[in-house]
Design a protein around this ligand. Structure first.
Ligand code: NAI
Length: 331
């Protein structure tokens, strides 16, 4: 009944793409009454595989899926899109320097920023998943000045969901009864998973996680390392990086951004800093946010203790270094 929403997925022939597109076509991202048209982009070496994904999407006969465009042309992929999920990017190969990887992604995100600016729908919402996610999003923001900065975000929801899951496991409760963890900073191992403000719904009302897990050391140590290292643990087990959980988190991110966060609940999103919590303005940094009517706002006024401050600053420092390195690749 509603007009279809056009959603672009870049890197759609890759692992996350393969998990993500059926979720979108089933209504996981925008709800079960919202028709969608998928625009799938990949690069020429993956064109055949991309076409295979398109064939499977058609074979699956998804009632909400009103069209599929599969292309290696960035302009065609961006044309009229309302939502852009940027999963495509250059992956680190053995023996490569960090700077070489960053440099390849800087040029990809610079070019895709211009294409989005020229061809996407006005007010297109952008989610960058590909790593280094925060810095790719920063480059996209800098090179698409006509897209409002508030429309450009990066994914830290997977880390947020991992943090919820770990606390639920530890307390032997269901994950849906835990809320308001925070991922601060970079989607990297310097991120700060913070459970200081997290709560649990119990039969006798809402209780703080700190109160329920009396073991301070677990929260300030083991829990943080677990969330920071979970990506690496998945690679070790699967010999491939997280895909289904990343795809699911991308759906959660857009779902909450467009349809709103539940009352009394926040989520984590990489968004541009307005200087909140002393974070350098302009960086793409993960903050606790609430969403309403398609707009996010950073949760204000949370008390930050000293150990938290140090961790928040350390991850900001890494983002500033990545930014400097990214800019040095532009020359
Ligand atoms: P993958 O290698 O399976 O897929 C990436 C796809 O991107 C490939 O099909 C490749 O051909 C395509 N691609 C490369 N350059 C492109 C370009 N210029 N335009 C369009 N497509 C292009 O990788 P996977 O596992 O799907 O991961 C994708 C990205 O997501 C990686 O950068 C990974 O590090 C990142 N990631 C981020 C997470 C997060 O929480 N933010 C979690 C997990 C992965």
């Amino acid at each position: 009944k509603e007009q279809p929403v056009k959603i672009m997925v870049t890197g759609a022939a890759g692992q996350i793409g393969y998990a993500l597109v059926p979720m979108i076509a089933r209504g996981v991202m925008l709800g079960s009454d919202q028709p969608v048209i998928l625009h799938l982009l990949d690069i020429p070496p993956a064109a055949e595989a991309l076409n295979g994904v398109k064939m499977e999407l058609i074979d699956a006969a998804f009632p909400l899926l009103k069209g599929v465009v599969a292309t290696t042309d960035v302009a065609e992929a961006c044309c009229g899109v309302n939502i852009a999920i940027m999963v495509g990017g250059f992956r680190r190969k053995e023996g490569m320097e960090r700077k070489d990887v960053l440099s390849k992604n800087v040029s990809i995100y610079k070019a895709q920023a211009s294409a989005l600016e020229q061809y996407a729908a006005a007010n297109c919402k952008v989610l960058v998943v590909a790593n280094p996610a925060n810095t790719n999003a920063l480059i996209l923001k800098e090179f698409a000045p006509s897209i409002p900065a508030k429309n450009i975000t990066c994914l830290t929801r997977l880390d947020h969901n991992r943090a919820l899951g770990r606390i639920a496991q530890r307390l032997n409760i269901h994950v849906s009864d835990v809320k308001n963890v925070i991922i601060w900073g970079n989607h990297s191992s310097t991120q700060y998973p913070d459970a200081n403000h997290a709560t649990v719904i119990t039969q006798s009302g809402e209780k703080s996680v700190k109160e329920l897990i009396a073991d301070d050391k677990w929260l300030s140590d083991e829990f943080i390392t677990f969330v920071q290292q979970q990506g690496a643990a998945i690679i070790k087990s699967r010999k491939l990086s997280s895909a289904l959980s990343a795809a699911s988190a991308a759906c959660d991110h857009i779902h909450d951004w467009v349809l709103g966060t539940p009352k009394g609940t926040w989520t984590s999103m990489g968004v541009y800093s307005d200087g909140s919590y002393g974070v350098l303005p302009g960086l793409i940094y993960s903050f606790p946010v609430t969403c309403n009517k398609g707009e996010w706002s950073i949760v204000q006024g949370l008390r930050i203790d000293e150990p938290s401050r140090a961790r928040m600053d350390a991850t900001a420092k890494e983002l500033i270094e990545e930014k400097t390195l990214a800019y040095s690749c532009l020359d």
